[in-house]
Design a protein around this ligand. Sequence first.
Ligand code: 13P
Length: 279
Amino acid sequence: MLYTLKEIFNKYKDSAIASFNVYNLETIQAVANAAKLEDKPVIFAFGESYFRYANIEDIAFAVKRIVKELELDAVLHLDHAKKIESIRLALNNNFTSVMYDGSALILDENIRNTIVARNLSKDFGASLEAEIGYLNSEDGNEDYIISSKDFTDRNIAKEFSEKTSVDALAISVGNVHGIYKGTPSLDLQRIKEIYELVNIPLVLHGSSGIDEYQINMAIKNGIRKINVNTDLAVCAVGAMKERINKSNRPERLEKLLEIATREMQSVARKYIRMINSNN
Ligand code: 13P
């Protein structure tokens, strides 16, 4: 069944939950099957910047249907909403969790807007995630080099969480969306210190490509939600490319999509296992 983020954190107290971005039937099927096969809870995340690729009502319908059919413990989450109207739209479509992302704004404005998002999500009985500290754009396309000056400031995180009472806080600790330039290196000590100050579940965006040791240490230090998107997308395209390159005749789309779905399912299973490997 569908839970709010807060409820799923409470139900699975000792573990972190994998969150995968979905934006069509293939991504939804792949994520749902992976969660079922691993027998773990999962978060289906649909981002505001993906509204152009799929209708939110269709996404909500498809996620709700498959969660019911496979008897999953899951969350239907709106990822990176910069507009309050997107949050309202998601809540009207039974999303059980939403993220307001005001991380690019000045602190006061981020706090003000996050409080509006919090009041709105509360009215619908949904959870709210927000972000403090800067990350590059959600699709990883922005050519951005992360520097430690963008990392989440511990005291600002404390002030932000106290003033907004969010259910989960996304932080910047060396993580970026998309493909890493070089080897990712998380500031694990900062995660611990922020968690000690805010005492609410922390969220790691940009988890594609981070190794198992760092994922496990991040979880140990306070991360409860691990966001993955790029790795599924890149591996799916790789698998389709391989098939096209090997074939000497025109390929049919439904076959390629089947290959892509299978690949995404296998990558999602890998992350679910990695996240749960230290429990
Ligand atoms: P990646 O695309 O880098 O895996 O990040 C996903 C994410 O953080 C979605 O919010």
